[in-house]
Design a protein around this ligand. Structure first.
Ligand code: TYD
Ligand code: MG
Length: 459
């Protein structure tokens, strides 16, 4: 057999290169490419399947009575919500996030819940000693749960244990500590991660074990990130939050058993993660002191309407190329809104620095946030607060026209619930049947600029 030649694999996205490079062309990561021995599971390359016949696969009709998989509720409502209504039996779930964001805490709380609800549950940790986990369990107030612990990193031993114990739910914390002895590369490499997760997921599917895998998002190329195994699992959840903020958002980015983009909202406290049932109230924060440069966006996260405050600061720049910084929203989207304001409405920010931030550490990805971002910018620029009773939503097109946003009813309803009485939205947005808020409809972005008024020389 030919000697397996070395390959160079990006530890962030898994792209393979014939030689080392400082930057991965596939994902743009710097210094993420590392040398790896060829995958032994890949088989001898360049060889065809040969003439040996396989078995004929049964072909099935599309129609049929299929019961939905039973769901296990963890009792942590926001976790169950992000999963699409509880953990589907026999599904494989990946929980990714930055180190220290609270993945192990969340996992321990949820696992303790499943165990309490009667499912046989095993938590395998490769990162912490049993004493540490027990201490954490006491702090979280879940020490009385019949959850069972194991501290192990050897994949073969873990599979043997799961095979013997036959749990309904098993968690592995973290996949980067796993060591599969049939793969030559170091633990944490792409080859190890792929092989170990592949073995675990096929075991879980065979035995109908619901499997939860914790994976650290990594910035450097020393260990592989969870993205390289996203395609192998049914559900991918990312746990996000700003350092220094106590709020954490659990976001489903892929879900074969529920809606993607569903979120769960948590707050990190001294006694673990507590659920936030009314995220809008939280993201709106302290809205008494209303300074210019803020606008409330009526958004949708997954299936849930969420109101957030968008803040903007427009300040004279001392730099040749003024700064544009966006925290919590897309900077390309911000650039587009600025370009439309300049080209279609005659509002130029050419000599000004611009900062836009979303309150509470939420990431807003919807195009429907355009109108609120524009309102925050104009409010800061004119030094005029947006009306305290107003919420905004609507997409800005390159022509300067406003496009209606999906699920307008849900947005208006949530805004009304939180006491907003005026909704600024694109033309043709239908009022809510029986609603109390006044719709203030705008046809173009220019209409919004006119609400704030233009300074002399800008007419
Ligand atoms: P952890 O779950 O260990 O993070 P991860 O597994 O994602 O690396 O959480 C680490 C942080 O959470 C740590 O900085 C301390 C904080 N924390 C609390 O604030 N309260 C708590 O009750 C617990 C258990 C942790
Ligand atoms: Mg951890």
């Amino acid at each position: 057999m030919a000697k397996a030649s070395a390959r160079y694999v990006c530890q962030s996205c898994g792209a393979v290169f014939p030689r080392w490079a400082g930057r991965c062309d596939a994902c743009g990561g710097w210094n993420t490419i590392a040398e790896e021995a060829g995958l032994s599971t890949a088989g001898p390359e360049g060889k065809s399947l040969g003439a040996k016949k396989g078995r004929k696969t049964a072909l099935l009709p599309l129609a049929g009575e299929e019961a939905a998989p039973p769901r296990l509720s963890s009792g942590v409502g926001e976790f169950d919500r992000a999963l699409g209504g509880g953990l589907a039996q026999g599904s494989a779930v990946l929980l990714g996030g930055d180190p220290g964001i609270g993945k192990s805490t969340l996992m321990l709380q949820a696992m303790a819940g499943w165990a309490r609800n009667g499912a046989k549950t095993i938590y395998v940790s490769g990162e912490e000693a049993a004493a540490q986990i027990r201490m954490r369990a006491a702090r979280l107030g879940v020490a009385d749960s019949p959850l069972m612990l194991a501290t192990e990193t050897n994949l073969r031993d873990i599979l043997t244990t799961l095979d013997a114990e036959k749990p309904a739910v098993a968690a592995i914390d973290s996949i980067q500590t796993l060591w599969a002895d049939h793969v030559e590369s170091a633990p944490g490499s792409v080859a190890q991660l792929r092989a170990a997760v592949h073995e675990l997921v096929s075991f879980a599917k065979r035995r109908e074990v619901a499997l939860l895998l914790v994976g650290h998002v990594t910035k450097e190329g020393q260990i592989a990130g969870p993205r390289v195994v996203e395609h192998m699992v049914d559900t991918v959840l990312y746990f996000e939050g700003e350092r220094g903020h106590q709020f954490r958002i659990l976001r489903a980015v892929k879900n074969r058993f529920g809606p993607a983009d569903e979120i769960g909202v948590f707050e990190m406290t001294g006694a673990g993660l507590s659920e936030v049932r009314n995220p809008s109230a939280l993201f709106l924060g302290d809205r008494e002191k209303r300074a210019p440069g803020a606008a409330v966006f009526a958004g949708i996260e997954g299936t849930r309407p969420v109101l957030v405050e968008i803040q903007a600061l427009v300040a004279p720049s001392s730099l040749g190329t003024p700064r544009r910084a966006a925290v919590g929203c897309d900077s390309a989207r911000l650039a587009m809104i600025l370009a439309v304001l300049e080209a279609r409405c005659g509002v130029s920010f050419g000599a000004q620095d611009i900062y836009v931030a979303v309150s509470g550490g939420l990431k807003v990805t919807e195009p429907a946030a355009d109108l609120a971002i524009a309102a925050a910018l104009l409010s800061s620029w004119r030094d005029k607060s947006t009306p305290a009773e107003a919420a905004f939503f609507g997409e800005v097109s390159l022509s300067g026209a406003l496009r209606p946003a999906p699920q307008a009813d849900a947005r208006i309803k949530e805004a009304e619930k939180l006491g907003f009485t005026r909704i600024l939205a694109p033309d043709k947005t239908k009022p809510l049947a029986g609603g109390t808020a006044r719709l203030d409809l705008l046809e173009t972005l220019d209409d919004l600029v006119n609400r704030f008024g233009r300074p002399p020389g800008h007419e």
